[in-house]
Design a protein around this ligand. Structure first.
Ligand code: FAQ
Length: 329
């Protein structure tokens, strides 16, 4: 309950500027020692604001991420693939719940977060604004998007905010199964008929650019990284995560004799750093600001779910009438 004595019932800071400077010093020292910050601990207002932004966006990404894959459940090529996909999509929605719960510990209600998602105020991952046109898209999402998510989440699970880190740890266990199912579907197509390989190559060509965007803008364009890394909310820069992803997964794609649509993708064997064509950041900012190929469709689905599920939430939250008769009494 560190520092909570300085917060009044309206969550306002009631100490002096000196108290605040001292609290900040202790807070930063705790983070430097690798301690976890818990919901009732004192934290700078900006740390709280940044965490809400990031965890909320992450939660939205999970439930939006369920949509492109969800549309393929009825069209999965075999019963085994269908069962695995149903389980995966269900997991992604569960991750959304875990993350909304973690964001709620910082004081923003789930209802407000959902309203901000469907009104377009909050962001969610760029990658889920592209269409999943063929079964190969599902293999590419399950393999590469889950791989990217794991790189980000394994790092951030070692961060400073307790509830977020604990949620990420659990999510990573499940994501590692998703990665296996994605890779299995990817290998099946890559080692299949010429038509299957062609379908996979087409999906890879379409998903590669948004995948390069997935880790966020170049470090020059990133606005939050420096502060978030100082507070150990983010444990690596966008470019460090992108490099790690390329280093781990490009060789796996090439060893299956598939190609990537970037002639400049090359590892410098001395430094270990990959070079690649600068991603189109105008396209990235257009998509994250609501103007991608599927943004309107994705938001419309969430709006429909919010409106049509409202009666269920209201029924669950309503108190039983005082005169209700207890059955079997
Ligand atoms: N998409 O200053 P930075 C998943 C925005 S989960 C959209 O570098 P930051 C599971 C950023 O918000 C995928 N917007 O930002 C799954 C900021 O705008 P703002 C989601 C993006 O926060 C798999 C602006 O650009 N994962 O895939 C993106 O330091 C398969 C400037 O950027 C997480 O959310 C983007 N890709 O770093 C589900 C992980 N990148 O808010 C289904 C947690 C940046 O100022 C199927 N988040 N922006 O208006 C993070 O680690 C960080 O937030 C980053 C961005 C690394 C995403």
């Amino acid at each position: 309950m560190y520092g909570s004595a300085y917060i009044d019932k309206d969550e306002k800071f009631v100490g002096t500027a000196e108290d605040e400077a001292q609290l900040l010093e202790v807070f930063e020292a705790r983070i430097a020692r690798g301690e976890k910050i818990e919901p009732d601990d004192w934290m700078p207002a900006d740390y709280r604001k940044q965490l809400i932004r990031m965890i909320e966006q992450h939660a939205h990404s999970e439930i939006m991420g369920a949509l492109p894959e969800g549309t393929w459940i009825t069209r999965a090529p075999t019963l085994r693939r269908k069962l695995a996909l149903i389980a995966k999509v269900q997991d992604e929605v569960g991750h959304g719940h875990l993350l909304y719960a973690a964001a709620e510990t910082l004081g923003k209600s789930r209802e407000t977060m959902i309203n901000d998602l469907i009104s377009g105020k909050s962001k969610y991952s760029n990658i889920f604004n592209y269409p999943a046109k063929t079964w190969a898209d599902i293999a590419v999402i399950g393999f590469l998007v889950d791989a990217g998510a794991i790189i980000n989440q394994l790092l951030n699970a070692k961060g400073s905010y307790g509830p977020y880190c604990r949620a990420l740890e659990r999510i990573c266990y499940e994501e590692s199964f998703h990665l296996k199912q994605g890779y299995d579907a990817f290998v099946a197509l890559a080692t299949g008929t010429p038509m299957q390989r062609e379908m996979l190559q087409d999906a890879l060509n379409r998903w590669w650019p948004p995948m390069m965007h997935f880790f966020g803008p170049s470090d020059k364009l990133s606005v939050h990284t420096e502060r978030l890394m100082r507070w150990k909310v983010k444990m690596a820069s966008n470019e460090e995560m992108r490099q790690e992803f390329i280093d781990q997964y490009v060789p796996k794609i090439w060893e299956l004799d598939m190609t990537l649509p970037d002639p400049n993708l090359k590892k410098n064997e001395e430094t270990g750093v990959w070079s690649y064509t600068e991603p189109d950041w105008d396209e990235f900012f257009k998509v994250i600001n609501g103007d991608g190929p599927c943004n309107a469709e994705r938001i419309a689905v969430r709006k429909y779910a919010e409106q049509h599920g409202r009666w269920v939430r209201e029924a669950l939250m309503s108190k039983a009438p005082a005169t209700a008769v207890t059955p079997f009494a």
